[in-house]
Design a protein around this ligand. Structure first.
Ligand code: FAD
Length: 390
């Protein structure tokens, strides 16, 4: 079943329901998200009310079980929704992706009782989530994390600092990986912590080069107490839960990257048709035509790769290797395409009067989050030649 974006990009959607969903999302993106993007990013404003609208529209729990308030959509469809949102504003696409990531531990590893108690509010009740793995001295080497949870009777008491947390300080709930045992990956357990838990506080947001509308902050856990009924999965299972979530989360980042690159491509094409030099539209010059052709090819190749990984996932097949490739390829493509878009616009591309300089700054972040692109290469190489020997 085919559908196309505003600029005629063909999409293959599996059902009529998916086609209607994409059309609803495009409508929200065009009317509610895109018009405010430049101004709010410059002002560093997070659009909380937009997330309330997305929640009411069923867009904050798309790939999860309808029995718990989710949308029951395959990843293939969910990711195309993310792409549309990110094309309108990356802060929104990324926010939905991070929220979805933060629901993964409970949806996949919680007990039926825990799911019934918390998931409906998380998936469709207006709540916003955060995923708390990174720490100031544990980034790529996340298994070295130091935040500790100590058992006291029926409770756990959490102390430590999480770093770089998207939605840090505004999230209603946090999925937190903390050390409950010895060193390394096997000593880590996952917890669902309310955003307003006593002892939980946020530092002022980081001053980033882009994505200023998306708050990123350290979270301090100072004797934060949660019941054992908020432990997700078994003791010591937290790191494998975190990695399982990241396999899927990386696909979200890949789809967001393609959305951002698509937006940059559309700006570049429109400008090249309008701008005249040497008595002709600059789109007449082969030097630019080839640049635009390469940009479009990167976007389409990225889309094909993330959809391939999504379809493997939807079929219940192993998709981790393909997800790492999609994250790597799509975010590198977004970096290249946004850089080229600035070039197409010449001096104007370097000003804030056009969105492409913002797109370029936003693309850089995608090469870093949810495993840097070096780490994606480490993952892919392990699939090819096995683990490194030390
Ligand atoms: C805007 C933003 C939002 C984020 N949101 C979240 C979030 O919501 N939740 C969360 O938990 N984290 C989040 N992060 C953290 C992000 O996942 C980390 O920044 C990332 O994993 C890298 O960790 P690091 O910054 O400590 O870099 P480091 O791990 O210190 O890496 C520094 C450099 O060394 C390279 N490197 C490290 N190890 C290797 C290796 N083995 N082989 C080759 N190269 C290597 C890296 O690729 C990088 O280039 C966010 C980060 C940013 C910038």
């Amino acid at each position: 079943m085919a559908d196309s974006t505003a600029d005629g990009v063909e999409r293959r959607l599996p059902t009529d329901e998916a086609r209607e969903l994409l059309s609803l999302v495009r409508d929200i993106a065009r009317r509610e998200i895109a018009p405010r993007a430049a101004e709010e990013e410059a002002a560093g404003r997070f659009p909380r009310e937009l997330f309330a609208l997305l929640s009411r529209s069923g867009l904050l729990g798309l790939p999860y079980d309808p029995g718990h308030g989710g949308g029951g959509q395959p990843y293939e469809v969910y990711l195309q929704v993310l792409e549309e949102l990110a094309a309108a504003r990356l802060t929104v696409g990324l926010g939905v992706s991070v929220h979805t990531l933060s629901c993964h531990a409970l949806a996949g590893f919680g007990t039926e009782e825990q799911r019934a108690a918390h998931l409906p509010a998380m998936l469709g009740g207006g709540l916003l989530g955060a995923y708390c793995l990174s720490e100031p001295s544990a980034g790529s080497d996340a298994a070295a994390l130091r935040t500790r949870a100590v058992r006291e009777g029926d409770d756990w008491v959490i102390d430590g600092t999480k770093a770089w947390i998207t939605h840090g300080g505004i999230a209603d709930f946090c999925t937190v990986m903390a050390r409950t045992g010895g060193p390394g990956a096997r000593g880590i357990t996952a917890f669902l912590v309310p955003g307003d838990a006593p002892g939980l506080s946020a530092a002022p947001p980081e001053r980033k080069m882009g994505m200023k509308g998306s708050p990123t902050a350290q979270l301090h856990f100072d004797g934060v107490r949660v019941g054992d009924d908020r432990r997700l999965g078994g003791e010591g299972q937290g790191f494998s839960i975190a990695l399982d979530a990241l396999d899927s989360g990386r696909l979200g980042i890949a789809a967001c990257a393609v959305g951002l690159a698509q937006a940059a491509l559309e700006e570049a094409v429109a400008y090249a048709k309008e701008r005249r030099q040497f008595g002709r539209p600059i789109a007449d010059f082969q030097g630019l035509r080839f640049l635009l052709a390469d940009m479009a090819t990167r976007v389409e190749a990225g889309r094909a790769l993330y959809l391939e990984a999504a379809r493997l996932r939807d079929e219940g097949r192993a998709f981790g290797r393909c997800a790492a490739m999609a994250k790597l390829f799509c975010t590198d493509a977004a970096m290249q395409v946004t850089t080229d878009a600035v070039q197409v616009l010449g001096g104007y591309g370097y000003t804030a009067d056009f969105p492409v300089e913002r797109y370029l700054r936003e693309a850089k972040m995608l090469q870093i989050v949810e495993g840097t692109n070096q780490i994606q290469r480490v993952v892919i190489a392990r699939h090819l030649v096995g683990p490194e020997s030390r």
